[in-house]
Each structure stands twice: as C-alpha cells, then as structure tokens.
Design a protein around this ligand. Structure first.
Ligand SMILES: Cc1cc2nc3c(=O)[nH]c(=O)nc-3n(C[C@H](O)[C@H](O)[C@H](O)COP(=O)(O)OP(=O)(O)OC[C@H]3O[C@@H](n4cnc5c(N)ncnc54)[C@H](O)[C@@H]3O)c2cc1C
Length: 381
C-alpha cells in the first residue's frame, strides 16, 4: 500500500519503519527543515555542544521492548536526570527528598523522622484533594509548597494551582531517602550522538521517502491508501471548532566558557524569576569535553496561532472541545491520528514509541484480514 505519514518525529518514524519493513511504500512529510520532531538535537554552531533544541529530553522507560527497539538504532549511554532548584535564595535537590527536607528546615532527620515531621506540616484536613494546590498542601504543607511548587507551577501553566487538577502532582512523589534520580524507571539513558541520528537511523529504509519543509496538503490524502497524522488534531480540521489550548516555550540562548551551573537542569521556583529553568546542554553528554558551554533560559506562555504547541492544557473547557474533535476524527475515514499532537496528550518518548508500535501492528492486522481500506484503525485517541 501507499501510506502517507504526516510528521517525521518519533511517531511518524516508528510507524513508518514498521510498515516499510512489511513492504508498504511510505511517504513522510514534515513542515520543519529537520527530522526528529520535538526530540530534535543538533550541535551548537559556536560551542559544538549537543543541544536539545526543543527542551531537555531524557530517555526513561520500564518497557523492555521499547528500550531494545531504540538500542537497535543507536548507542545509549547511562544518564541519570538529577534536577536542582533555586528557590528563596538557596539551591535544593529535586524531587523533594530527604536532603531537600533536611536542608530546607535545617534539620538532620532520618527517614521515619522526616515522614512524621512532614505529617505535622501537611494539611490533613484535606481528605480528598481536588486541585493541584490542595494536593500539594496535603502532601507537603504550605512551606515546601510555596518554595517548590507554587511559583514554578504558576509560571509553567500560567494559572493558579487552584485551577489545576490534583492529578498533576501525583506524579511528583516525596522521597524519604537521598535518592535524587528524577525517574524510577529501570532503563534510563541518553543517545550518544543525540536523538536526531537515532531517528535518522529509524527512517533509513528503502521503502521510506521523507520530504522536509513540506506541510500536509489535505488534497493529496486521496493519493494514498491511508494517512497517519501526527500533527495537531484541531489543525487537521482547520480549527473549525476553535483551538485546543497549549502552553508554548521560548528559549533564550546564551553561551559562556567552562561550567555555568554544574548540572543539566536548574529550576527556578520563585515567581519573580520570569523563567522556569535553565538547561545547560553539555551536561547531557558528560562523556564529551567542550571548552564552551551553551544554556537555554526557558519561559512558558500561552500558545498563539503561530507558536509551537508544547504542553496540552487539558482543563475542563479543553476537554469538552477535545471530545468534539475526537468525534470528528473518528468520523474521518482513512486517517489515523497519532502522537502527542494528534491525540492532544503529553506523551513521554517511550510511550510515544509504544503507541506507534501498537498502531502499526493494529494497522497490519486490520489490513491482513480485510480487503477494504480501514476507515479508522484503533488510535490512542
Ligand atoms: C519541553 C519538552 C520536554 C520533553 N522532555 C521529555 C523527556 O525528558 N523524556 C521523554 O521521554 N519525553 C519528553 N518529551 C516528550 C517528547 O517530546 C515526545 O514524546 C515526542 O516528541 C513525541 O513525538 P511525536 O512524533 O508524537 O511528536 P512531535 O515530536 O511533535 O513530531 C510531530 C512532527 O509533525 C510535524 N507536523 C505537525 N503538523 C504538520 C503538518 N500539518 N504538516 C507537516 N508536518 C507537520 C511537526 O513539525 C513535527 O516535526 C518532552 C516534551 C516537551 C514538550
């Protein structure tokens, strides 16, 4: 079959590769001048440092098949994400762990003592936290909430933590030991040469043709037996019901020599510091050596029509609009909506790859048992 994939990010690359291996002819279009989508990495022209152009990306997963998949296309080196935060004039370890608690309160608590102490700080009158703020107050109490969550969250999401769902904070546990590895996953690492060469290698198949700087033209869809679309869901329908809300990011680059901040990611928790974090990219490749260093100050704001959509907001109004777009998508024959934009979800890379592998599998299964073209292959929507 002739298949069109919109987007040369992880979703498009993995689906394309798996279907090309089964003999299908794959055309991939991407509006950008490079492959890799938001995982794109490139060497900084001035310093030679490998830069995560659309923000820091750390690979972490418990999915062994996905881990084996990416390792088949590139070499991963060990990398643990250890984030720090500057807040109220001091530097602390994140996620909140025993070190953070002891440093913040000037104590020398052992794990059980810290657990008991934090219970005295927590607002136990909140039995069923509804908002992010309630969840934080229930978990850690007002002092740690103010220092580590409130200002950062307001900057990141552009709204009060009282308006955000409690579920967001469930993903940030407090640890009563000194483990400061940001992720719990069994497999963690960084591709030695960056993500773009990995995705290039996934796309390197004679059945795949990639056209960069080429926006999807709906009129060409009829030339293909099926379309996999990893662009924005609302964009596919020309935003006819309105725009799904996103946060976008601005990156302010600056360079220096030596080591600017001593770690890859430094968050800024105070509300009056306008940026959310500074990323110093050379720390993502500790096996390399560079005299210069390049950093990105990261600012979050509302996503306008011409901005790159980064984080789906998924508040109450967005969810209603999303349901309407999902209904339209399900009624669109011959198109499968995939990936972070096509399904309007924040997806880590490993989940993106898992869903791409499953989508390709579902398509092949459907194609094998039916002579008619599938109208809507099961998509993660
Ligand atoms: C700031 C940030 C940090 C992240 N950090 C991590 C991390 O540390 N670890 C992790 O596992 N995951 C991380 N992620 C998630 C990761 O970026 C995604 O899992 C991944 O990019 C999803 O791939 P995708 O192919 O679905 O989407 P994308 O990477 O967005 O690719 C979609 C592609 O489609 C193209 N496109 C869209 N519309 C059209 C159109 N109409 N015509 C032509 N082309 C089009 C775009 O140009 C883009 O290249 C992070 C995400 C963000 C935003």
């Amino acid at each position: 079959m002739d298949l069109l994939l919109v987007g040369a990010g992880l979703s498009g690359a993995v689906i394309g590769r798996n279907l090309a291996e089964q003999g299908h002819r794959i055309t991939i279009v991407d509006g950008r001048s490079h492959i890799g989508g938001n995982c794109h990495t490139e060497r900084d022209a001035e310093t030679g440092v490998m830069v995560h152009v659309y923000g820091p990306h750390i690979f972490h997963t418990d999915d062994e098949e996905v881990w084996n998949y990416v390792n088949a296309f590139t070499r991963f080196l060990p990398y643990k994400n250890r984030v720090k935060t500057t807040s109220q004039g001091a530097v602390y370890s994140l996620p909140i762990n025993l070190h953070t608690i002891n440093q913040f309160y000037g104590k020398t608590l052992r794990p059980d003592e810290a657990r008991a102490f934090l219970e005295t700080q927590a607002d136990t009158s909140i039995t069923d936290p509804q908002s992010f703020e309630e969840q934080a107050l229930r978990f850690v109490g007002p002092d740690l909430y103010e220092a580590f969550f409130k200002g950062y969250t307001e900057k990141q999401w552009g709204c009060s933590p009282t308006e955000l769902p409690a579920a967001i904070l469930k993903r940030l546990p407090v640890r009563f030991n000194y483990d400061d590895n940001y992720f719990f996953h069994r497999f963690q690492g960084m591709p030695e040469e960056g993500y773009t060469p990995m995705i290039e290698s996934i796309l390197d198949h004679p059945g795949i043709t990639v056209h960069l700087e080429t926006m999807f033209d709906p009129d060409t869809a009829a030339d293909y037996d099926h379309v996999f679309y990893s662009g924005p869901l609302d964009g596919y329908f020309d935003y006819r019901l309105g725009r799904l809300g996103y946060r976008t990011l601005d990156f302010e680059r600056f360079s220096d020599t030596g080591d600017y901040q001593g770690c890859a990611v430094m968050n800024y928790g105070d509300r009056d510091t306008p940026y959310t974090r500074i990323t110093e990219h050379k720390h993502f490749s500790p096996w390399e050596s560079h005299e210069g260093t390049v950093c990105y100050r990261e600012y979050a704001r509302e996503c306008g029509a011409d901005d790159i959509p980064y984080y789906p907001i998924r508040l109450v109004e967005e969810k209603a609009l999303l349901n309407d777009y999902v209904a339209l998508a399900k009624a669109t024959p011959g198109v499968t909506f995939v990936g972070r934009l096509g399904t309007y979800r924040y997806l880590d890379m490993d989940v993106t790859i898992r869903e791409a592998l499953d989508t390709a599998q579902a398509f092949l299964a459907h194609a094998a048992e039916s002579s008619a073209m599938p109208a809507f292959v099961k998509s993660p929507l």
